[in-house]
Every structure is written in structure tokens, then in C-alpha cells.
Design a protein around this ligand. Sequence first.
Ligand code: HEM
Length: 478
Amino acid sequence: YWEQRGVPQVKTNYFGNFFLIKSMHKMELLREYYRTYRGTSKLLGTYVFTKPILIVFDLDLAKTMLIKDFNKLMDRFQRRENNTHKFDILNETLFRVGGDRWGPLRKKLTPIFTTAKMKFMFPTLLTVAHQLEEAFSTHLAKTPRGDVELYDWMARFTTDVIAHCAFGVECNSLKDPTEIFRRMGHRIFHPKFISIRLRTFMLTYPTIFKLLKFFNIKEHSKDVEDFVVQIVRETLRLREEQNIQRNDLIDLLIELKNSQDKEGVPQMGVEEMAAQIFVFFTGGFETSSTALSCGLYEMAKTPHVQEKARAEIKSVLEKHNGELTYEALMEMTYLDQIITETVRKYPPLSAITRISTDEYKLPGTNITLEKGTHIYIPMKEIHYDPDIYENPQEFRPERFHPDEEQKRHPQAFLGFGFGPRNCIGLRFARMQVRVGFVTLLKLYRFSVSEKTPAHIESAKLNSVVVPGSKIWLKAEKL
Ligand code: HEM
């Protein structure tokens, strides 16, 4: 297929890399191809099962595809065909919807994530930060050696943040780790019931997947979806009956539900609203808890970075009379460089994916991609390319000082995606991760112990890249 189109290709047998795929993210394939072909070609064609896929190595080409020619490459792999018979919560999320439906939905949701709305939600976030402070201190009082498993702690923190902000529910999984939101979140991100190859198959052939649904094969078990819809309905009922208003995402969605477009149609129905809450939950907690726990892990291994971060927190808080305000948080720019460096080393996806929504002629070539071609931009390999990031294994947040960033290609960092379909929750994510760092670093020093892993391996079966093992650190009260 690729040879006929003049694209260099990796020849495979009929099963097209079937036996080489070892994780949901195809990380191992992308690594091998990037390292072998990056120097010699801008692109590479290969196959997943019998489906041709294109891997883009060249950053200028990636930039054109993600930004300038976006209108021909709007969808990503997880796109599903619209099921007209039955509402399927997963298919209606912003992450999944494709074609003509994505643009209007993104336009409706974008105002929810402005700076003004972040400020509005900041007090809710601080409430959870205080709960983290209390629960962490109680735990350490009972743990004289100071051993803490950070991955679980941070997942509980971000679960509570998103449950407060997106569902309007005051859950406290920090106090009670068996809390229902934490259990549901764990089930979404640690699925046990479907093999890597079957899930890869579902993503590669969505039309056949639709048929498989006939045999009741689902990505998430039904109770996860029912749980989300039920909570949203219940919250809506309570808020409308008791006229409650709070500073959170669900209030902003209720505004959309109660407003009408030019034709007098409500901007959003209850189920569509539930779908967006679902994606804020799934997109919001695991990505940010990975950034928090991996960031603290890296800082435990680089004490000078940790001290520099703490010094920044201390001096900014002093300037603001010891109070963590939104403005004070925004002044902590070194913390933001730490977040970017962490996401560079631990991106949530191995690649940014797109599907051509039309025929697409690759600029500067005679190659025309057919409509429906699957494209990978191998983010993780770009982030670890020694020609772009000198000594890529080293954790050095100063790489993201504005002066240093300017020297690099703008697409050298793809951790939140790029272009019109980038991460809509970027501001929220950076805000909650910064608050998590401030809460812990101002009170505790983190260091490695004999239980700390030498490297963090990724879990293989999850839909986003998350640590596959526990992250033990030693915490010492300052
Ligand atoms: C450290 C935290 C996070 C990271 C690293 C991250 C990263 C990403 C990436 C790489 C994408 C794909 C972008 C592309 O294809 O160009 C994405 C999309 C998305 N993210 Fe995030 N994300 C984070 C947190 C969040 C949060 C907190 C939310 C919501 C509250 C969120 C909601 C979404 C949604 C809805 C999309 C799909 C956007 C669309 O298709 O229009 N993310 N994110």
C-alpha cells in the first residue's frame, strides 16, 4: 500500500506488526521505527493488522498537519461512528466526537476553561488541597519511617478535585481510599477484562467494533457509564430544586443546558452534558496525578530542583502574606517549568493521532493520503530525541525557561497536543498540578528510599500512559 504511494515503508507480514504490539500505546513499535528511520526519512508507512498507518517524524510537517491543514485532519483514532439508535456516553465526549460535530461542541465548551473560569474554580481546588494537607499529615503521623506511595496519594487528590469541580460532589477519597469515585476511576484506567490486541483491534476497525457491540463487547463495563449519568442527573436535580450555585464545571455546563441557540434549541441535553463530565473526569484525574507523582519522583532524585521549587514557593507566599491566591500561584513560574519537563518525560499518550477527514496531499511531496488514513506523530520519541533534548533522560526543568524554549522547534514539546484539537483542560491541569506541588513541597521534603523504583515503567493496558508500578518515596516533615 505505502510503496504504491511512494512512501518508505516497513514491510510486515499479513498480520502487520500484530505480534510486535505489546502495549495499548504501541510504544515499542514507535520507538524502534523512530530510532531506525528518523535520520533518513520524514515519514514512514507501516501497518497495524492490515490497516495502513503513517508515522510522521518531521516537525515542520507535524506543525502543518496539526495547525495549518487541521481542517483536513480533524479526527483522532478514538473516533467512533455515531450510533443513531442508542446514546453511547463514550461516543459523545469531546475527545471522541468526529467530523462536523466536533467543532460546534468544542466552541461551546471552550469558554468553560478561560482564565476567568479558572479563577472562579480556584477556591474549590483549595478546599481539596486542605484535605490533602490534613490526610497526608495524619498518615505520616502513623508512618514513622515516612514511606509514602505517591501514585495512589496523587490519584486520590486529583479524583477529589475533579469530583468537586466536574460532578459537584464532595467526595473525600483522600480520607477514604475506597470511596466510589476512586473505585470507578481505578476501573476506567486499569481495565482487566480486555486484551491489548482486542482493544487495538477495536480502535483500528471501529466499524467492525460496532458489530462487536452486538455481541456486547464494551470498552467500559456498563455500570461505570450508568454511575456517571446517574450522578449528573442527581446533581442537576438537587441544584435546580434547591437553587444551589457553586464555583464548578457542572454549573457552567448547566448554564449551557439552560441557554438556547438562535433556533431556540437548548445548547446541550442532559446526556450530552453527562458525556462531557465523563471526559473531564477521565481526562482530568489520571493525567494530572501521573504528572504530580512522577514530578515528585523526579524531584526526589534531583534534590537541587526540589530546593529551587521550594524556595520559589516560599518567596512567592511571603510576598502574598502567606496566602495561596490564584495570582500567587501564577507567579510560580519555575513550578510550571517542572510540570512541562515532567510531561515531556511522562507524556499521557505515546503519540498524537489524527485521521484524514478528506483526501490530503502532503505538502512538498507528490503523496496524497486517502480519506480515513491513520496518522501517528510519535510524541514520546520526539520528547526523548537527543538531537532535540540533550541528555533526554536528565530531569532539567530549565529546558523550559522561555529563553531556552525559544531555541527549539515549537512542536518539540507535544505533551498537551497542538493546534485547534489540543488539550482543552490544559489550564485546569496546570493549575491543579501546581496546587498539589505547593501543598506538599512547602511542608515536606521528598527523598528516595530502598523501596523507590529505579525507573518508572508504563502500564501496558491503559488508554492513557500511566505508571505501571508503585512510586514509593520518603517524606520528611520540614
Ligand atoms: C497533566 C495533565 C494533562 C495532560 C498531559 C493532557 C494531555 C492531553 C493530550 C496530549 C490531548 C490530545 C491533544 C491532541 O490530540 O492534540 C488531550 C486532549 C484532551 N484533554 Fe487533556 N491533558 C491533561 C489534563 C486534562 C484535564 C484536567 C482535562 C479536563 C478537565 C482534560 C481534557 C481533555 C479533553 C476533553 C481532550 C480532548 C480535546 C478535543 O478533542 O477537543 N485534559 N489532553
